[in-house]
Design a protein. Structure first.
Length: 251
């Protein structure tokens, strides 16, 4: 006889996870005994077993509490659902009343049955913790960088070529510089393309290997290298013009 569907969620992972979050061993003693008693009573009722005498029930509860403390009280019913539908292979049977031996065999078989699921849950939990730790470390690193960024600007003494391209996004994100308007972006990008084209052409001319030379020229003709480099140069020029042009001139 199967237990009512409301007792058994469809997803065994959800059942095991709930049991792992609150296993019997973590419960207060009295609360644990009550939860186990309710589960065993529900099993007897739904499987048509004679309700055990108080002493027999107390022994059954004590057995579960001592031998199967790693599972949740909610999993007791799940174990008997799996036993009833033949998922768990147990030699012993119930004959009209709760049998302590069969109770132990069913729960032992269930603990083995859930082992892989529990291991997968632990792996997922550890992976989630690792990701969380990495995210927190990255957040701390970002906060440290954001705090130090104004000093990086104030202490910068290089040329525009030395400016890291990501300073552009940092300055805008931290409110130290407004994002340029469309006209300004277009003007800066045109200048950046001119600089990038000259740089790539110079590099192509410096290749002694004819194949490398031809490859560099092809990239130059297709505009891929120029385009990517011009974007990076644009960011550098915008930061330079906003923070440093009054002190220096773009070469």
């Amino acid at each position: 006889m199967l237990l009512p569907a409301e007792y058994i969620p469809n997803n065994i992972t959800a059942i095991v996870q709930r049991g792992m979050e609150m296993p019997i061993r973590r419960m207060e003693q009295g609360e644990a005994r009550q939860a186990i008693t309710r589960a065993i009573t529900a099993v007897c009722s739904t499987m048509g077993l004679e309700s055990p005498a108080p002493d027999a029930l107390a022994i059954a509860v004590d057995t579960v509490q001592k031998r199967f403390a790693s599972i949740g009280a909610n999993e007791i019913i799940t174990a008997f659902q799996l036993y009833a539908d033949g998922t768990l292979e147990v030699d012993s049977k119930f004959y009209a009343r709760l049998n302590l031996k069969t109770l132990g065999e069913v729960l032992t078989a269930y603990v083995e049955y859930r082992r892989d699921t529990a291991a997968a849950i632990l792996r997922a939990r550890h992976e989630a913790e690792r990701i969380q730790e990495e995210a927190e470390a990255q957040a701390a690193k970002k906060a440290e960088y954001d705090k130090a960024f104004p000093s990086l600007l104030n202490n910068f003494t290089g040329e525009w070529q030395d400016i890291p391209p990501h300073w552009y996004e940092s300055a805008i994100r931290l409110g130290l510089m407004a994002e340029p308007d469309t006209a300004t972006k277009k003007a800066v990008f045109e200048k950046a393309k001119e600089i990038a084209s000259n740089e790539v052409a110079k590099e192509a001319g410096e290749h002694s290997n004819i194949f490398a030379y031809r490859h560099a020229l092809r990239l130059l003709e297709e505009g891929h290298t120029v385009e990517a480099r011009a974007i990076s140069i644009s960011k550098k020029l915008v930061v330079w013009q906003h923070f440093f042009e009054s002190k220096n001139q773009v070469q």
